[in-house]
Design a protein around this ligand. Structure first.
Ligand SMILES: Cc1ncc(COP(=O)(O)O)c(C=O)c1O
Length: 409
């Protein structure tokens, strides 16, 4: 019996200069958090994002934690964050002693819904003594933390306008969107401060790592200070406050520099994989691929479809089991945060769209190195479980329809 090789969901690729640069670190002894590769990686990320400063960190989560502190988020403040995301940004808000308010996603691109942000700020908050307060909890609203999920941008303009109107900070979680653009501007550089992650499944990886990106000199200095144990004097070891050991190592940065050299090539590969899936799924009833807005350039970091069980014949969860039997790794999206036991009791604005997508979403293999044959195996399996190959009617009753609404950015 011929057993097909397993297909991973999203595996990293190391075919550039990784070995060469890491060897240089080992040969020279520069392996820890100081070294030329750290500086080079920071410089290159800043240039790529057209930002003044980039500060390398141990992870995307630590980048978010420090970005929140630097942006002035204080204990007992509230921060608006996407309801449908990996949990890290909500946890980072709690590390800062603040509280998240979960904002539902919009139906078209599955990102934080600016209309829900407006609804919350205008109807559920109160402007008093030059600051905005939550009418229910009485806490001060300090910031908005939009998360660009799956490689597609959040509709940023209305969020930035609301932030200006209500004097809120915006911290961008671009950990899943390196290389993507919102109106020709790189994600991570649209707000006051942005964060990236280089963990193993991200577009480029350093094994683990992150980056804080900002144009503000004072914030960059403070981020560097806090991520290096708040050291005032490196010789006498005087520390001005409680800081963190959140630095990236030179070995990790060496991998990062090599990976960054490949970024454009990886983005092209992700987009081509997405196009092939999209073409194939045109003829599968009940399979609704993630979409790209006219104002966006997505990197399709994690290629995801919404499965309408009623039309397709089986649910996304059942389909995941079929994939498992065929040694093909797929997965659902994250549990909406308003349901997470880790954040129970947290206020949510909406939440039903995130819930619906959680039930129907299925992420498919989309490694940069996915071969044509492997991708065809994935497509064939979806085709084989499909009730009918009849083309899906483009009707607005379908929850996650292909049909575009007003394409306003
Ligand atoms: C949206 C989002 N934010 C934050 C993180 C945290 O990054 P890290 O794992 O590097 O801490 C991740 C992924 O891991 C993520 O997907």
């Amino acid at each position: 019996m011929v057993v097909d090789k397993p297909i991973p969901l999203c595996a990293p690729q190391f075919q550039g200069n990784e070995w060469k640069y890491v060897k240089e670190c080992l040969d020279t002894g520069w392996v820890s958090s100081v070294g030329a590769y750290v500086e080079q990686f920071e410089r290159q990320i800043a240039r790529r994002l057209r930002a003044q400063h980039a500060i390398a960190t141990a992870s995307g989560t630590s980048a978010l934690h420090v970005a929140l502190l630097v942006a002035g988020v204080r204990p007992d403040d509230e921060v608006l964050v996407s309801d449908l995301t990996f949990i890290a940004p909500a946890n980072a808000i709690r590390y800062a002693g603040a509280h998240p308010v979960f904002i539902d996603i919009e139906r078209e691109y599955w990102q934080m819904d600016p209309e829900r942000v407006t609804e919350f700020l205008e109807k559920r908050c109160l402007w008093r003594d030059g600051a905005l307060f939550n009418r229910i909890t009485g806490r001060r609203i300090r910031a908005i933390l939009p998360v660009h999920i799956l490689g597609h941008p959040v509709r940023m303009r209305p969020i930035l306008e609301l932030a200006r109107k209500y004097e809120l900070r915006v911290i961008e979680d671009a950990t899943e969107g390196l290389g993507a653009e919102y109106k020709q501007q790189p994600l991570g550089s649209l707000a006051d401060i942005g964060c990236l992650s280089f963990n193993g499944n991200k577009l480029i990886t350093t094994g683990g790592g992150g980056m804080i990106v900002t144009d503000r000199d004072d914030w960059a200095n403070r981020a560097r200070y806090l991520t290096t144990q708040a050291k005032d004097d490196g010789i006498e070891y005087i520390h001005g406050e409680i800081g963190y050991n959140y630095r990236l190592t030179n070995v990790q940065a060496a991998i990062g520099v090599a990976q960054l050299e490949m970024l454009d090539c990886y983005v092209a590969s992700k987009r081509s994989i997405a196009q092939t899936y999209e073409n194939a799924f045109q003829s599968f009833r009940g399979i609704y691929p993630m979409r790209e807005a006219l104002w966006a350039r997505s990197v399709y970091w994690m290629y995801t479809v919404s499965v309408s069980a009623a039309e397709y014949g089986i649910s996304a969860r059942e389909l995941i089991r079929s994939f498992g039997d065929a040694a093909i790794q797929t997965r659902p999206l994250w549990q909406p945060l308003h349901l997470s036991p880790a954040h129970s009791g947290t206020q949510v604005v909406g939440g039903n769209v995130a819930l619906e997508l959680w039930h129907s979403a299925l992420s498919l293999p989309c490694s940069v190195g996915l071969t044509t044959v492997e991708q065809q195996r994935v497509i064939d399996l979806i085709g084989s479980r499909c009730r009918s190959s009849e083309r899906a009617p483009l009707t607005p009753v379908v929850e996650f329809s292909r049909k575009a609404k007003a394409n306003v950015g």
